[in-house]
Design a binder for this molecule. Structure first.
Ligand code: XIL
Length: 481
């Protein structure tokens, strides 16, 4: 039904204005000439509050200045989790040096808006700084204790629950532990060590283990089930299990509810922690309808289990979802589209939470400020640095997410002081102050819709090789891949 609003630059601005001025459901109906989709009588937050459940979202605090993002975040959710800001690399980039600036923005947002704060994540093999992954067993165990004490201690009393351990189990049907640095260097005990340390750091927070592909009953979820049972039998403090639920349209496990229930029966809370349901892009009307039904299934499964604390979606809008960068060719996984219009899945979640059909649109009030102009999400940039001592190379991959071929490109981004470009490949790369400009070579200026161009550069750095985070393509801000 949606004829690619992602790619309709000018139309998207019009659509966004309409969303803010007239209400999302009306805007969708007008734009695509479809029957007006029903929208919720109230917000997801009000519905979830009434049921005593959490409805959460993963927050990137940098997006809060974007009016529709902020408006939806404020209105629709009663729980917030940091998408990245409380991870190990963000909070302890160097050993013993804690940086809570970004995490605190998430915590402050939760406090000022009266939302629950969910902690993600204390120990994970991914987004783990290089210094930690290089440590020997005893050092790594001690660093893990210090990290948990530092981070969970900092947020002590403000976090409702922590993902203490994330993704500790391997994929496939073995039910084995993931062969992570923690597993390799510390051995099986690293998980209970982490839980004990988290309890000491914040006695009030519920302590959870979280993983993906564990939504149905399978070897991986059964391995976690057996671990949780064993930990509880031995008095190791574990209170909850998170099910990420990064799902694919049409593939919600039929035994999701039964799986949640078997864990609940162990005496722990359960929660859907990172829900998104992806599909091939561009989205089709059929897939959006199937996605709505899938979202409803997931919410219903949680509601049917008394100890299911709630459902968190991994973001608000498809515009900033992590999916397209990690699963190329897939996306449209969240319940608001690229232009912040609620999708059929929004209505489905609302209905599952007890919302009526066809009442007041949401957001409920027009934006008091002039309509913000958002950069079109016309590009995705993936930045891959490779650094040593004081040198580095970086590959920059730029995908054209727009509807038209790009003919001639300029990519801009900022380095930090101390970083100097010394050469480039596949582009003319120049630097002025911290600003870097890369222009296409004669032979790679044309990038078809959906196509990717890759260039790179060599440089030197002063010891800390920070990666740039804001890239523009021909002046338009790209999303980060
Ligand atoms: C993802 C974030 O969404 C991305 O922005 C980041 O680049 C990588 O991590 N499982 C998790 C989350 O537990 O922390 C991940 O979040 C998604 C998969």
């Amino acid at each position: 039904m949606r004829t690619q609003p992602h790619h309709a630059g000018r139309r998207r601005a019009g659509l966004l204005a309409a969303v803010l001025a007239a209400g999302a459901a009306l805007a969708v109906g007008q734009t695509v000439g479809q029957p007006e989709p029903a929208s919720a009588a109230t917000t997801l937050k009000a519905l979830a509050d009434a049921k005593g459940r959490d409805i959460g979202f993963a927050l990137d605090p940098n997006r809060l200045t974007e009016a529709p993002y902020r408006q939806i975040a404020d209105a629709e959710f009663n729980l917030v989790v940091a998408e990245n800001a409380m991870k190990w690399d963000a909070t302890e980039p160097n050993r013993g040096q804690f940086t809570f600036a970004a995490g605190d923005r998430v915590a402050d947002y939760a406090a000022t808006t009266g939302k629950k704060l969910y902690g993600h994540t204390l120990v994970w093999h991914s987004q783990l700084p290089g210094w930690a992954s290089g440590l020997s067993g005893p050092e790594l165990l001690s660093a893990m204790h210090q990290h948990i004490a530092g981070v969970a201690g900092h947020y002590r009393g403000t976090v409702a629950a922590w993902d203490v351990v994330n993704e500790a189990f391997a994929d496939g049907g073995t039910g084995a532990r993931r062969d992570s640095v923690f597993q390799q260097r510390i051995g099986d005990s690293w998980i209970e060590e982490a839980f004990q340390a988290a309890r000491t750091a914040d006695p009030a927070a519920k302590l959870c283990i979280n993983d993906y592909s564990t939504d149905g009953i399978n070897a991986k979820s059964t391995a976690i089930y057996n671990l949780v049972r064993d930990l509880r039998t031995r008095g190791v403090p574990i209170d909850c299990v998170g099910f990420q639920a990064h799902l694919i349209v049409g593939q919600v496990p039929g035994d999701l509810q039964a799986n949640l229930q078997r864990f609940a029966d162990l005496g722990v809370d359960v929660r859907i922690t990172e829900l998104d349901i992806r599909m091939p892009t561009p989205a089709t009307a059929a897939n959006l309808a199937a996605q709505a039904a899938d979202y409803k299934r997931v919410v219903n499964a949680c509601l049917a289990v008394t100890r299911c604390a709630g459902v968190t979606t991994w973001g608000i809008t498809d515009r900033y979802s992590w999916i397209p960068a990690v699963f190329p060719g897939q996306g449209a996984a969240l319940i608001w589209d690229d232009a912040y219009a609620p999708k059929p899945a929004y209505q489905a979640v609302s209905e599952a939470l007890g919302g009526g059909v066809n009442p007041t649109p949401t957001p409920t009030s027009p934006s008091p400020t002039p309509t913000p102009t958002l950069p079109p999400p016309g590009c995705t940039v993936t930045y891959v640095p490779n650094s040593w001592n004081n040198g580095f190379t970086a590959e920059v991959r730029v995908r054209n997410d727009g509807p038209a071929t790009v003919n001639g490109w300029t990519v801009r981004f900022a380095l930090t002081s101390g970083q100097t470009v010394t050469g480039g490949w596949n582009a003319t790369v120049t630097q002025s102050g911290t600003q870097v400009t890369a222009r296409n070579a004669s032979w790679n200026g044309a990038v078809a819709p959906g196509g990717t161009v890759s260039f790179g550069f060599q440089g030197t750095h002063g010891g800390t090789n920070t990666s740039p985070t804001l890239f523009t393509l021909n002046g338009a801000t790209c999303r980060n891949g």
